[in-house]
Design a protein around this ligand. Structure first.
Ligand SMILES: Cc1ncc(COP(=O)(O)O)c(C=O)c1O
Length: 489
């Protein structure tokens, strides 16, 4: 469902939400919202030993600041806590070649869900055998490429895809590892999950309808024969949702998926060696969020699977998970410059300070898309002014262009100040757009006092590059300018 055009801005009671407390010190960071090396020195935000004021002076704003140490620590924490599992970093959260290399160096596998993500992974030299490939509508050329480069496992999502993949594997004379994406009838978001008998969504094969078992049958029917190419069934795959804090949803899903695993053994005589429980582990965006740790998650998930396997008399399959947000989310913050500050009177005499920054829904769509909550801090100075209720808004032509719905900011916040928003590593740059022909911001990695741009800021030339009505100065000199007739000039 699309959010209301003006969203919460027009909703009743546009005041602070109950979870948002007036801060004792408006300058202080809430440590667990920020990456490991973030701190304030004389009021200036520092990440990886680099002052964000220096970053903005050199690279401009807005900018995503990526804390390499934090990313690696979170990746390593999942790797170590889930030592008996295969941990796939979900590249959809954020992927560039540098991050793909960090993922490889931290000994994680990689989950991609598009040809573009696969291209980035391969460009980084990521071992294709350690890549899992998702998607509910992978095209034949995409599947052919995955087979050709030797992607380790392809997660199939429809009967026609099984057919296509079997044909491609046979033609290429390759054995292709396959997982079957199943819908366990569990939908989990934050602290809530819904378990239903029918699954009204585009992903996966329904367990209850029998489609999932039929998909397993068809994959098995396409097994390699006497050294020929074909599909090698690895196991079942289930992903139940996002930003989940509670293991209850995983428990219900694991029970249902393991029951199918047991049925496959009983009815088809096949013991599948693997099972994937997906991603979706929650992170803290604001003080209302209290995420788990990888160690606690590993303990809970392993206990659930062990218990169910014992009850079903199964040998536990090798498990894998696919965290994205929980690794990269807290590793990044976005730094904006304030352009205007406007006070707006609310009903009942309340006031809200609207702070316009130089980015918005083009670099962080999550607030408009998911009604997500964020927090922020002033990043260039400390303030003695009292806290006032603020809303950080972007510069786009939408009333719903809001970055941070509710946060206390110092009453003297002014144009030219910098505002930093934590927790923007996941699904911000990867979902960024050129809405209003905005230039997507750079990603700047910081570590040990050194910064390096890992994704550069887009330029106006980048915007015009795909516009065939435009010819660049270099095209004009080398004679490759667009045909004016075609371009409609
Ligand atoms: C199949 C699958 N695996 C993993 C993920 C990663 O989820 P998260 O970033 O919330 O951990 C997603 C996210 O949509 C997904 O669809």
């Amino acid at each position: 469902m699309r959010a209301h055009e003006a969203g919460w801005a027009h909703a009743e009671g546009a005041r602070r939400p109950t979870w948002l407390q007036v801060p004792g010190d408006v300058n202080a960071l809430v440590p667990h919202l920020w990456s490991a090396t973030t701190r304030k020195v004389d009021g200036v935000l520092e990440v990886g030993g680099v002052r964000v004021t220096d970053l903005v002076a050199e690279h401009g704003s807005p900018a995503y600041v990526l804390d390499e140490v934090d990313f690696r620590q979170r990746a390593a924490a999942f790797r170590d806590a889930f030592a008996d599992y295969d941990v796939f970093y979900a590249g959809k959260a954020f992927l560039c070649t540098t991050v793909a290399r960090w993922v490889a160096e931290e000994d994680l596998h990689l989950d991609v869900c598009s040809a573009g993500e696969l291209t980035v992974a391969l460009a980084a030299g990521f071992d294709p055998a350690r890549i899992g490939y998702h998607g509910n509508n992978k095209t034949v050329p995409e599947l052919a490429r995955a087979v050709e480069v030797g992607v380790g496992r392809i997660v199939v999502d429809s009967f026609v895809e099984i057919e296509r993949l079997a044909e491609l594997a046979a033609r290429a004379d390759r054995e292709v590892g396959v997982m079957v994406r199943v819908t366990a009838g569990v939908e989990a978001h934050t602290h809530e999950y819904i378990a239903t008998a029918h699954e009204d969504q585009k992903f996966g094969f329904s367990i209850t309808s029998g489609d999932a078992l039929e998909a397993v049958r068809r994959v098995l029917a396409a097994a390699p024969v006497e050294g020929s190419g074909g599909l090698r069934l690895l196991g079942l795959h289930s992903h139940i949702g996002s930003q989940i804090f509670d293991s209850a949803g995983f428990e219900v899903a694991a029970r249902r998926v393991l029951a199918l695993h047991a049925t496959v053994l009983r009815e088809l005589g096949v013991e599948m060696p693997e099972m994937d429980l997906g991603g979706g582990f929650g992170i803290a965006y604001t003080t209302q969020d209290d995420p788990s740790t990888p160690a606690r998650l590993a303990e809970e998930m392993t206990a659930i699977v062990d218990y169910e396997c014992r009850a079903l008399g199964l040998t536990a399959p090798r498990l894998s998970i696919e965290p994205g947000r929980a690794i990269v989310g807290p590793s990044m913050c976005t730094v904006y410059e304030v352009g205007t500050v406007k006070e707006v009177a609310l009903d009942g005499g309340a006031r809200r300070t609207y702070v316009s920054v130089d980015g918005g829904m083009s670099d962080n769509i999550r607030t408009a898309l998911y009604d997500a909550d964020y927090s922020c801090t002033v990043a260039n100075r400390s303030s003695e002014a009292p806290p006032v209720l603020g809303r950080i808004v972007g510069k786009h032509c939408e009333a719903g262009d809001i970055v941070v719905k509710d946060e206390f900011v110092p009453a003297d916040l002014r144009p030219g100040d910098l505002v930093a928003v934590p927790g923007t590593g996941a699904y911000c740059r990867s979902m960024a757009s050129n809405y209003n022909h905005a230039l997507r911001p750079p990603v700047i990695a910081v570590r040990d006092g050194v910064s390096r741009v890992v994704v550069r800021r887009e330029t106006e030339d980048d915007l015009l590059r795909t516009d065939v009505g435009w010819s660049s100065p270099s095209q004009e000199t080398d004679g490759t300018a667009a045909d004016p007739a075609v371009a409609g000039r």
